[in-house]
Write a protein that binds this ligand. Sequence first.
Ligand SMILES: Cc1ncc(COP(=O)(O)O)c(C=O)c1O
Length: 369
Amino acid sequence: MALNGIPKAIMQVKPYVPGKTIEEVQRELGLEEVIKLGSNENPYGPFDCSIKAMQEELVNLNLYPDASFVEIKQLIGDYIGVPRDYVAVSHGAEGMLETLVRCFVEVGDQVIIPSVTYGLYSEISRVMGAEIKYVPLKSHTIDLSLISGAVNSKTKLIWLCNPNNPTGTIFTDDDFKQFMQSLPDRVWVVVDEAYAEFVETPEYANSVQAVLEGKQVVVVRTFSKAFGLAGARLGYALAAPEMISIIDKVSEPFNANRIGLAGAKAILSDRRDFERFRKQIISDRSDVAAKLKEMGLEVITSNANFIFFQTPWDGRLLAQNFLRLGIIVRPTADWGLPNGIRVTVGRPEENEKFIKALRKTIETMEKEV
Ligand SMILES: Cc1ncc(COP(=O)(O)O)c(C=O)c1O
């Protein structure tokens, strides 16, 4: 069928390729047990208090949620340390990213995107008819001075991901401060901090402080990762109240669901499990990274709940081998890193199986060379 009338910008968008689901792999390969380490979900979630609250909320699903989202905004504000009028909610961080591109970008505007980062920024910018300028990373890290140098009179929006997906690296507060000072007034910066809770480094950029200082920054966060609620789809933005009013105006009216809100309110009100498993994931991240290094692989220090590493072999081939063993990981070839793999930090027994499978695969590959 000829799709007449669809804008060229939309026809040119490359679809976002999500990691494979457990169900897909079970169906395609006839496997019973499948371990998913491909989409950076939290293996310990949803936490008990969220499950209880979400179950209790089921009976209210005939009703729309409270469209002012006062309660959740207050709880998020308390958690982050900002007043609640600095908070807007969305269907996952993805929903917020989509709203933000509509807030800022018009046809012909330039947006700047690091060349290796979360794929959605390109897709949604292209749909808006933006001209995209890609800026390379340096040592697998977003290079803010290079980005600053790429700004021109058409630049409207800069997408930053901190920690960066898929590399897990961060930029520092000193670099971020300098970068913000270098930008002309009309340029907005979105800092996607989907993995912020897994950062332990004190030098991590304090983007919320930049918001409080009135800089042209919007911070995006999510309940999908450290809070264990990826399926409940709740994300949020932190920005100046004037900007929040615009975000709320552009968003659809009921852009969060009762189940997600109930789960998030519960875990924000009692953060003990969140904290316990956050620490567990951070500690297991070190263990997995150490084992990968022992195997002689190039491991990039991660600040997220995943690890990016490079091998001498084709990452897609490795990922295919893992699939046959019932383990889903994410090859990084689509990001222009053909030898790389991004693996989510799972439960200790899942990590163990992954490491064992990797050792076996490497042995086979070495024999074949
Ligand atoms: C950097 C980044 N931003 C946003 C998202 C989307 O998160 P959400 O599930 O909240 O839509 C992801 C998901 O993997 C991500 O890696």
